[in-house]
Design a protein around this ligand. Sequence first.
Ligand code: NAD
Length: 337
Amino acid sequence: MIRVGVNGYGTIGKRVADAVEAQPDMEIIGVAKTQPNFEAHTAVKRGYPMYAAIPERAPLFAEAGIEVAGEVDELVAEADIIVDCTPSGIGEQNRELYETHHTPAIFQGGESADVADVSFNARSNFDAARDADYVRVVSCNTTGLSRVIAPLEEEYGVEKVRATLVRRGGDPGQNSRGPINDILPNPIKVPSHHGPDVKTIFPDLEIDTLGLKVPATLMHVHALNVTLGDDVTGAHVRQLLEDEDRIYVIPEGLGIDGAGKLKDLALDAGRPRGDLWENCVWGESIGVNGRDLYLFQAIHQESDVIPENVDAIRAMFDLEDKETSMQRTDRQLGVGI
Ligand code: NAD
């Protein structure tokens, strides 16, 4: 049983904790937080021991009626691995703490790639994380792109990817983010930094990306154009993507015309937090012109990286092969619509 600590129990951390706890071969031994907000109370209700991420703030937890099991140092010392889910840039500062205790760690996509030895996406490079001490699970957008590129690359070869990322302005709780009434080329400079991030998974890939930000919190939407190595048919590509467990090809006729209805689908299905761990590719959008493939996909930024964190743990401890790990993760979480 791998003993896992989560440092930073926010949007990603709380989901990672529940996903780890759902697995038969790993358990949560504690979570660390900076403040006793509503998520801290959620952790207590879930039975996760609470550690103070900033020791001087420990009394605030006691005042809020939350028993503190110790300081983050103790959690790091006790854990077999820490999944660092702190805000972008903090993970890098935490690396020294993990090194001091010789505790392996997983970082998230907000960190720069050099925070870790390996950037990780289970479908694309599971084995690269075998026995690594520090691994970065790539961002929600890079995860979404990698899951599509990997099977296309294996089946047809990929000559060039061009992707426009229409990004949500913020997560639902991030009420200071925006825009609230605008459409922003973001970053304005093209191509955007997203392409180079995908190259941390596929170093030889030709990829250009453009980004926009829009007043929405639900999901990101990608418009993809992939020039493949071979002439293909839309039907063949569709079958290829339908065979991927972490891709949901949205059937025609369901009336799912946007991210809002996808979120409704997840809530109707009783998914925890309305999560959509899968890339959601509109089947109707899969279009082919010679070697050029086009499609639209929606990516639930808060949850697509969650199964990847679980698989990264198995890879780092050499517990399972890629297929077994991914299948086990998916079965325990309920991935697959
Ligand atoms: P978040 O702000 O929702 O949660 C971060 C948590 O860490 C908060 O609970 C915060 O109080 C806590 N924290 C702050 N400073 C800390 C410290 N020094 N020690 C311990 N905890 C601390 O952030 P998030 O959205 O969960 O993002 C976490 C990471 O995941 C980032 O690298 C982000 O880029 C990445 N990520 C986020 C999303 C997303 O859509 N939210 C998607 C993929 C990857």
